[in-house]
Design a protein around this ligand. Structure first.
Ligand code: DGL
Length: 278
């Protein structure tokens, strides 16, 4: 064993809570914020939903990257310590550009989700569902192979899941919900996947309906995994008396529609959102 020599930095109490930027194409990223708030109740958060440009899932990688850079720069200007790209589509196509452009740590949701799925699968057959952009990018497929080479991956775009979740049509007993879910997931059932990555911000709201269509399949929601990774980076709050975080919400379109559905995605009321141009 070597003794470690050199200057020792005394631990200093941070002067303020960590400030986390969270960005999504719209309201869906609030499912990721929900997991972050559970893991880091003392952190301040700034959430930006690019509601003027949603959806990202049907747009080209170039366009999503341009939008992502603009929204990320806005959050950087608000003094964030790190950025969580909650949007799966932006994580799939824009992460390298964001990491290059920003001087703060940037977390995406694709790699944590892929790592969790690779660890969960028993038979080595993993399904991925997401927007058309996410599936076409091949990002989950590549991250799964990197996490565990030789995995068999079946990916399927489920574009109608996004409007269903926003409409609140998520009841597994509802015949429309059941029909849409069954139809999209039929190839995954046929391929006998044992693990499924919910590769889109909105899909956790449909978790029950998805579970009913794929009994026995392990559902992986990357929000919890990314929250654990951010918590590991930021560490414990300095003391038990540290106050709860302060949360601000920004949107690029008029806030009314965002506010109408935000509470359902976040699991707690969202009182106000500020309109910004980015
Ligand atoms: N937030 C997007 C995602 O997770 C879904 C909504 C959209 O297409 O913009 O991929």
């Amino acid at each position: 064993m070597h003794a470690v020599s050199g200057p020792v930095t005394p631990p200093t109490a941070p002067r303020r809570a960590p400030r986390i930027g969270i960005f999504d194409s719209g309201v869906g990223g609030l499912t990721v914020q929900r997991a972050l708030l559970a893991a880091l109740p003392h952190a301040d958060t700034l959430y930006l939903g690019d509601t003027a440009r949603v959806p990202y899932g049907t747009k080209s990688a170039e366009t999503v990257t341009q939008y992502s850079l603009r929204t990320a720069r806005f959050l950087l200007g608000e003094g964030i310590d790190l950025l969580v790209v909650a949007c799966n589509t932006a994580s799939a196509v824009a992460l390298p550009a964001l990491r290059q452009a920003l001087p703060v740590p940037v977390f995406g949701v694709v790699e944590p989700g892929a790592r969790a799925a690779a660890a969960a699968t028993r038979g080595g057959r993993v399904g991925v569902i997401g927007t058309p952009g996410t599936v076409a990018s091949g990002a989950y497929q590549a991250a799964l192979q990197a996490a565990r080479p030789g995995l068999e991956v079946v990916a399927r775009a489920c574009p109608l899941f996004v409007p269903l979740a926003e409409e609140g049509w998520t009841d597994p007993a509802d015949e429309v919900v059941r029909g849409v879910v069954r139809r999209y997931l039929a190839p995954l059932a046929a391929a006998a996947v044992d693990t499924l990555v919910l590769g889109c911000t909105h899909y956790p709201l449909l978790e029950e309906a998805i579970a009913a269509a794929l009994p026995g399949v392990v559902l992986v929601d990357s929000a919890r995994t990314v929250a654990a990774e951010v918590a590991a980076l930021l560490g414990e709050p300095p003391g038990p008396a540290w106050p709860a975080g302060v949360h601000r919400f920004f949107v690029t379109d008029a806030p009314a529609r965002f506010l109408a559905v935000a509470g359902r995605f976040l699991g707690r009321p969202v009182e106000a959102a500020e309109h910004v141009d980015v």
